[in-house]
Design a protein around this ligand. Structure first.
Ligand SMILES: NC(=O)c1ccc[n+]([C@@H]2O[C@H](COP(=O)([O-])OP(=O)(O)OC[C@H]3O[C@@H](n4cnc5c(N)ncnc54)[C@H](O)[C@@H]3O)[C@@H](O)[C@H]2O)c1
Length: 132
């Protein structure tokens, strides 16, 4: 029995890279993992057994609200949120135009805020990952 048995987790940006490794590790410890990624196909492929993948753009308030609602509907609660998704432009700052800058802020900042905002209530109710 893993130390996360009966825990329910959301990992944003879990279709590949570090997020996928986090999802796999959480599942190996017994958690049920929902992989949420803008790459829906990748999320479904990466979702560990017993969990699910969802196509979610974390910069969308409606999509994040739906992610949390669907997770709680499906698994009864939410214990763990991993805010992993982000976009990083591998170029000099002065090559980033304003539209790209806004998109980076929308995903990296708004997305992290939205995930915390909608996850905090069920997490507090689960009395595991949330503070009082
Ligand atoms: N790789 C590194 O060396 C490194 C170093 C420091 C920090 N980080 C951070 O770790 C995290 C993961 O890094 P990585 O290298 O695995 O990144 P990655 O680019 O390989 O994976 C990021 C994932 O996030 C998803 N994603 C992008 N925009 C999204 C959105 N709007 N909604 C939902 N999902 C979205 C992508 O589809 C992808 O699956 C990032 O936050 C990154 O900034 C990475």
């Amino acid at each position: 029995m893993g130390k996360l048995t009966d825990r329910v987790a959301i990992v944003t940006g879990g279709a590949q890279g570090i997020g996928k490794a986090i999802a796999d590790k959480l599942a190996a410890e017994g958690a049920t993992v929902v992989v949420a990624d803008v790459n829906g196909e990748g999320a479904e492929q990466a979702a560990p057994e017993g969990g699910r993948g969802m196509q979610v753009d974390i910069s969308s308030e409606e999509a994040v609200r739906q992610l949390v609602d669907d997770t709680v509907d499906a698994y009864g609660k939410l214990d763990i949120l991993v805010n992993n998704a982000a976009i990083v432009p591998f170029k000099a700052w002065d090559e980033v135009d304003f539209a790209e800058w806004r998109r980076i802020m929308a995903v990296n900042l708004d997305g992290t805020f939205l995930a915390c905002h909608y996850a905090q209530k069920p997490m507090r109710e689960a009395e595991y990952g949330g503070s009082s």
